[in-house]
Design a protein around this ligand. Structure first.
Ligand SMILES: Cc1cc2nc3c(=O)[nH]c(=O)nc-3n(C[C@H](O)[C@H](O)[C@H](O)COP(=O)(O)O)c2cc1C
Ligand code: SF4
Length: 502
């Protein structure tokens, strides 16, 4: 296997902002430019009737701004709102426990609550012990696909010794999700500790945190936390006084939803045009700079210190069916009680909507819920008793996704929702596959015509054909996710869709 040396950018820092023109044109926000703008994400779309003037202001954005992580105060303008309420509804509070108690932004605050003790403990043992604990925990990736984390870690650890990387996916592009944002802003050292533990377990010596540009406060807090961790000897040469060395830096994205997809994300860090790549090879074998790479979502990594401290069996004892542990959820502003919640897998969607969220604001009638969307199936009201679990939600065409919970009410017409989601899909397509590049824009156009009363049954059939093409011929989850969304609409809301086509 070739070893490609990471490029050094003009400021002498690998992974810094130095975009070649052909790369820059891929991104929507290569130079920022979203400050003070109204968000156009799905949570803000669902809440647009609360402030139509603000939503109309956002519709003029160029470039568009999708998801500022303020879905609890939608439609959102800028990141100026007070922090969302945080409630732990599981015994352990593995993910949000510390945040619910006010957070731990500094090293001193983190260490006061046992921070870096999992790492100190792991460093007295072997990487294999950490790996075994993660495998036993049956933790599954929280970035959307639910892939077994232990299996992924084992795959990287099994690669021949040499340069390996750990990457945290903090791109959190799913509109409606603001979990990773607050995990980073209020508990940054836990992500850092999880990443160092991952590096120790798989034999990596360098890590990157790929952070979306739309989270500037998270970036500043992370940089400060990294400096503290370095000064304390947890990052750099001889971590904790041992032979293990680990470097860690933040790479800030440039505004592209598809860069949350793992192959696109890695190419983005490499300074290449970040189109999605076919797999195999998987990043675990040939990832960043062609080296074995462990890529995990922020929430996945945040679970690791708890697993190391309490053991894989203790983690595996929590949860439901094949979905072990707890899940953080972020509820949008349609609920009476929006905010961050940590629940044990197995609670029903009804429990989330009615008990945690307290039903809909203003006495609204629930029309549907999107968990981990928008490129995922919609859950209609008659399926609210489905439990929160990877397989259980997949069985009804939905998913756990990233855990952003977006409810929509009687003010959202289904054709409007389809036009919104496909407009997002077309705007964010990386352009590699024809059904996604051209088909998603065509579905958007057909639904815009249908809303205007100018679409036929033949147009609806064309949409059905395009959805089939998206499902069968998309290289990544962006295209297949759009198909899943459309299939759920056609299956659960035919009485709202079909009459729009004459
Ligand atoms: C279009 C697209 C966008 C994605 N965006 C994210 C994201 O913002 N954050 C994330 O963690 N995973 C995202 N993913 C999933 C990643 O590709 C990858 O599966 C995940 O980060 C792996 O981490 P995990 O195993 O801990 O879940 C996205 C996938 C697709 C197809
Ligand atoms: S499905 Fe869309 S986003 Fe994914 S690789 Fe194809 S064109 Fe790119």
């Amino acid at each position: 296997m070739n070893h490609v040396t990471p490029p050094t950018y003009p400021n002498g820092k690998s992974g810094a902002h130095a975009l070649r023109p052909e790369v820059e044109s891929f991104y929507h926000l290569p130079h920022g430019g979203f400050a003070g703008k109204v968000c156009q994400g799905t949570a803000c779309f669902a809440a647009r009737h609360f402030n139509p003037a603000r939503w109309a202001e956002g519709a003029k954005n160029n470039p568009r701004v999708y998801c500022l992580g303020e879905c609890f105060a939608a439609p959102a303008k800028g990141q100026t709102h007070p922090r969302p309420p945080v409630r732990v509804c599981s015994k352990e509070g593995i993910v949000l426990g510390r945040i619910a108690q006010g957070g731990a932004r500094t090293l001193a605050a983190y260490q006061k609550h046992g921070g870096y003790q999992a790492l100190a403990q792991a460093l007295t043992g072997t990487p294999e012990q950490v790996l075994a604990a993660v495998e036993k925990s049956n933790l599954r990736g929280r970035g959307g696909a639910g892939f077994p984390t232990g299996r992924k870690w084992r795959a990287v650890a099994s690669q021949p010794a040499g340069t390996k990387y750990v990457v945290a996916n903090a791109d959190e592009g799913d509109a409606g999700a603001y979990i990773d944002r607050y995990l980073i802003e209020d508990d940054p050292h836990r992500l850092i500790e999880g990443m160092i533990l991952a590096g120790f377990a798989v034999g990596a010596t360098k890590g990157y945190i790929y952070l979306r540009i739309e989270y500037p406060q998270a970036g500043a807090i992370l940089e400060a936390a990294l400096a503290e961790a370095r000064a304390a000897g947890w990052i750099g040469a001889k971590v904790g006084g041992t032979k293990f060395s680990f470097e860690l830096e933040v790479y800030t994205g440039h505004g592209s939803y598809v860069c949350g997809e793992e192959t696109s994300l890695l190419r983005s860090i490499e300074g290449k045009r970040p189109e999605v790549m076919a797999r195999p090879p998987y990043p675990t074998e040939r990832g960043l700079f062609d080296r074995p790479t462990l890529l995990n979502n922020v929430e996945t990594l945040v679970n690791i210190p708890w697993i190391v401290t309490h053991g894989g069996d203790a983690y595996n004892a929590i949860g439901f069916s094949k979905s072990r542990g707890t899940k953080a959820l972020s509820l949008n502003s349609l609920f009476n009680r929006p905010g961050l919640y940590e629940v044990e897998f197995g609670v029903t969607v009804r429990h989330i909507v009615e008990e945690l969220g307290g039903g809909l604001r203003g006495g609204g009638t629930l029309k549907g819920v999107i968990i981990g969307g928008p490129i995922i199936g919609v859950i209609p009201p008659h399926l609210l008793d489905t439990p929160l679990g990877f397989e259980e939600l997949a069985a009804i065409g939905a998913g756990v996704g990233h855990g952003g919970v977006v409810a929509f009410d009687q003010h959202t017409s289904i054709p409007d929702l389809v036009e919104h989601v496909f407009s997002f899909g077309a705007y964010e397509s990386c352009g590699k596959c024809t059904p996604c590049r051209s088909g998603s824009g065509r579905v958007e156009e057909i639904f815009a015509n249908a809303i205007a009363g100018d679409a036929t049954k033949a147009d609806l059939q064309e949409c059905r054909d395009l959805v089939t093409a998206l499902k069968l011929a998309s290289l990544c989850g962006h295209g297949t996710g759009l198909a899943r969304f459309a299939e759920s609409i056609l299956r659960y809301y035919p009485t709202e869709v079909e009459p729009c086509f004459k």
